[in-house]
Design a protein around this ligand. Sequence first.
Ligand SMILES: *[C@@H]1O[C@H](CO)[C@@H](O)[C@H](O)[C@H]1NC(C)=O
Ligand SMILES: *[C@@H]1O[C@H](CO)[C@@H](O)[C@H](O)[C@H]1NC(C)=O
Length: 403
Amino acid sequence: MYFSTLVLASLAIICLSAPSVSADQQPIGASEPNTISSSWTKELISLHRHLITTESISGNEYDVGKWLSKYLKDDDWTIETQKVNHDSSRLNILAYPGKVRNPDLLISSHIDTVPPFYPYKIYSNDSETIISGRGSVDAKASVAAQIIATKKLLAEKKLKKDDVALLYVVGEEVHGDGMRAANALELTPKTIIFGEPTEGKLATGHKGMLGFTINAFGKAAHSGYPWLGRSANEVLVKSLSALMQLGLELPKSDKYGSTTINLGKIEGGVAGNVVAQNATAQIAIRIAAGTPDDIGKRVVEVIKEATEEFKLPGHEDEEMFEIVFAGKGYGPVDIDHDVEGFGTITVNYGTDIPNLEKLDGQKRYLYGPGSILVAHSDHEAITLTDLKTAVKDYEKLILHSFV
Ligand SMILES: *[C@@H]1O[C@H](CO)[C@@H](O)[C@H](O)[C@H]1NC(C)=O
Ligand SMILES: *[C@@H]1O[C@H](CO)[C@@H](O)[C@H](O)[C@H]1NC(C)=O
């Protein structure tokens, strides 16, 4: 999950133990308990623990990828690694249990985490076993539950080896370079199940995203003689004020709410008694409606307008700012959610979904255990109950994709 905030589609507490299963979904129906055996639970905890204890902050995913590859290889899976940005320390992992490299079902998530690293802990209170540590939710809970669900269905012969592949990518928490690289793998699955924390619900969609940096250019001078210079800080502050104003009029939608602007990082100047030569700000816009193209154009317009007043006589052509967009951005992403027995949710964070080219008719689902609200925090944690429920839920999603 890239940047964390969310809109809960509903605050209703869903009953995790008894999702309603419609009559036409017999194979996963009533006769089965909605939990997993103690031996699968043991393997789930162990896999989740190994993934968390192996630190994998974006850019440093090599060790966790290596460990995961070996774990699957030991179980006779075929592993293909893909270098991202020609960097042999940054590897996407494609793994398949049978002979088919490009089956109809692809299950995917990411193996990088945000910084900083927090160590693994497992403990119990009166009612729950709780597992904490960086990545315990985002997204190592998804990765572990996806793998256990797949292995379990294979062991129970409910899923054929040639029907599934797993794709675990690097770099989701930064710019999605891992998933963008994965387009070159030329996979053409009919269904993709993505894993990110959705509180055990099926996501119906997420907001779009446009990220950029504003560099404001000033002219240094003694602070006692500010007219001899131009303050990059003032140029930037005016620009940001204009952006906040723009934020109020950007498009809304019923499904995703408001488009929001986050002034995430601001830096400028060198000292109190110097007119600032440079100032910079990093911005993320979460798009509820409209296109990143149109919004990007508006951003440039309003900043241009707001900074006119800083033109220095005789230097009218001088650039006072530049805007560096972090890629093209993307509009709101609608996600399939036509599976019975799940609650639904709309999320405000970005995912790797828009980074993987969508094929005609392809189904894309987004589901994962754990809450976004703790995901990037120092108290990231998940209950064992939620982790186990996710295994059952992934089983349902996997079986649904062959209905
Ligand atoms: C135990 O932890 C869970 C998960 O954080 C929490 O929801 C629950 O209220 C806690 N129970 C007690 C008795 O502290
Ligand atoms: C600082 O500002 C000057 C012009 O005012 C510009 O030429 C230079 O590239 C800027 N430096 C940085 C690091 O942005």
